[in-house]
Design a protein around this ligand. Structure first.
Ligand SMILES: [Fe+2]
Length: 249
């Protein structure tokens, strides 16, 4: 399979863009309609674009006919309440699939590691077209929270922790990375997540906003990491045991 990818994004799997001045915009995310949808943690979603323009957030491949995460249908009742967010999602001018605001309740580092998952954005994506990546715009000011990325799910040496102050903007190949958010809290965190098709339009957008990938993690104590690694293994073992018990039962 060969897809069109952004060279800069493909180098490390993520790019960090200039920070956006979030404080100048109204807090449109509080006006949107949310649906309960269990993702990585205790979450709700407010879609701006969905498979058929309805207020639901299922993967496009679960619809009839199943399709990849492109050609999202904008939801007028939502976009009219969030013109700034809509404009930002549409700014690259490339194809948009799912576009939604996610609300996440606080999580611990252990929760985040337990919740690590890879997205499936490119399921059914036709060969020779653009690889689908995701933009994450942090809306609330969460400088002590992180988008945690790992190339290898259980290997902390591969971990990248991107901090989430208001206006932080990153693009991530979420099918490549295991990822989840470690949200310190105490209030819920809001983020705009948009599926974009890679190609010349997205490359130009990344360049316009000075995309780079020379991030260095803020230090995190080895003891905290080791303890969290152990806690995740314990949780996974407990879950496996509970499932086995259920099957026997
Ligand atoms: Fe994800």
């Amino acid at each position: 399979m060969s897809y069109i990818k952004s060279a800069l994004l493909d180098e490390k799997g993520f790019v960090v863009l200039d920070r956006y001045d979030q404080a100048k915009d109204p807090q449109e995310w509080f006006d949107l309609e949310y649906v309960n949808w269990k993702s990585s943690g205790d979450t709700r979603f407010a879609p701006l674009a969905s498979a058929e323009g309805n207020i639901e957030v299922n993967g496009f491949w679960h619809h009839e006919p199943p399709r990849t995460d492109k050609d999202g249908v904008w939801i007028e009742s939502q976009t009219s309440k969030a013109p700034h967010l809509t404009r930002r999602a549409q700014e690259p001018g490339t194809n948009v699939g799912r576009c939604r605001v996610i609300e996440l309740q606080p999580t611990s580092y252990v929760d985040a590691l337990y919740n690590l998952h890879q997205d499936d954005n490119n399921r059914l994506n036709p060969d020779e077209t653009g690889w689908i990546v995701r933009g994450f715009f942090n809306l609330t000011d969460d400088p002590d929270s992180y988008l945690v990325l790992r190339e290898e799910r259980y290997d902390p040496a591969t971990e990248i922790r991107l901090p989430l102050p208001a206006g932080s903007q990153v693009i991530v190949d979420t099918q490549r990375f295991w990822h989840a958010v470690w949200h310190a809290g105490p209030a819920p965190r809001y983020s705009l997540i948009t599926s974009w098709e890679s190609g010349p339009l997205l490359d130009a957008y990344i360049e316009k906003h000075h995309g780079h990938n020379d991030h260095v993690n803020a230090p995190l104590d080895d003891a905290i990491i080791d303890e969290a690694q152990d806690a995740v293994q314990r949780r996974l073992a407990e879950r496996a045991a509970a499932l086995a018990e259920k099957r026997r039962g």
